[in-house]
Design a protein around this ligand. Structure first.
Ligand code: IPE
Ligand code: IPE
Ligand code: MG
Length: 237
């Protein structure tokens, strides 16, 4: 928890780019470009709101089912986002990390991701985590594979596997669990995002489409979190 009682870790399912574009009679990629431009504003708003960790869902393991044109457009958008924003992120003291199945991504994109992580390694401000080719079930499956390998090779005693063990194998092992998960665009589902990590997260489903999600709306949603009573299964009184 941050000092103010606000959410220290906010995770966002940035949804609604396609509908935002359709409403304007434009191709879906037009919406994705508008959505990418919003990211900077939301990252910049974090320090004032006491948000130390921001995790954003950029591309899911299921998003490969979209047309080749949309997928290729998104991949080239991720590459240009990194190219364009890298210096500003470092200047703003933002530490960037990526989660998801990296080997499934284009090699040039992977190289840029590695480079941005290294470039911001010593940044001590907002922790920005970008989920690319990320799926919660895929993450748990990959973690389990590595855990099983450690058991098979004698590094891990299977009798000692408990709920503290698996998270050490997840992509998010250095991050705290999210306190608040926001999904834009009016859909009330989590679409395979941070399944394990969000067991006790608060959720906010808001109607705004991602390209219209402003820092003012972000501040309102973060403020509404303060009024919630998180019990973690216990009775308070
Ligand atoms: C979210 O917007 C961005 C990605 C999933 C990459 P969508 O592309 O899902 O937009 P809608 O939901 O079709 O409006
Ligand atoms: C979730 O949105 C993935 C991202 C925001 C990157 P989708 O638009 O892919 O989710 P569904 O298909 O509506 O569940
Ligand atoms: Mg969507």
């Amino acid at each position: 928890m941050s000092g103010s009682g606000g959410p220290a870790h906010v995770a966002i399912i940035m949804d609604g780019n396609g509908r935002w574009a359709s409403m304007r009679g434009r191709p879906r990629l037009f919406g994705h470009h508008a959505g990418a431009r919003r990211v900077r504003e939301i990252v910049e708003a974090c320090p004032d709101l006491g948000v130390e960790y921001l995790t954003i869902f950029g591309f899911s393991t299921e998003n490969w089912k979209r047309t080749q044109i949309e997928v290729a457009g998104l991949m080239s958008l991720f590459r240009s986002y990194i190219r364009r924003e890298a210096r500003a992120l470092r200047a703003q003291n933002v530490r960037v990390r990526f989660i998801g199945d990296r080997p499934g991504l284009d090699e040039k994109l992977q190289a840029q991701m590695d480079e941005l992580e290294e470039m911001t390694e010593d940044c001590t401000g907002t922790n920005l985590t970008i989920a690319l080719n990320y799926g919660g079930r895929d993450e748990v499956a990959r973690a389990t594979r590595r855990l099983a390998q450690d058991v098979a090779e004698g590094r891990l005693d299977p009798h000692k596997v408990d709920e503290e063990t698996l998270p050490r194998y997840l992509d998010t092992y250095v991050l705290p669990d999210p306190d608040l998960v926001i999904r834009t665009s009016g859909e009330a589902r989590i679409s395979n995002f941070l399944l394990w990590q969000s067991a006790y997260a608060e959720y906010e489903f808001i109607d705004t489409l991602w390209p219209d999600f402003s820092k003012e709306i972000f501040a309102d949603v973060v403020a509404s979190y303060a009024g919630r009573d998180r019990r973690f299964g216990a009775v308070k009184g």
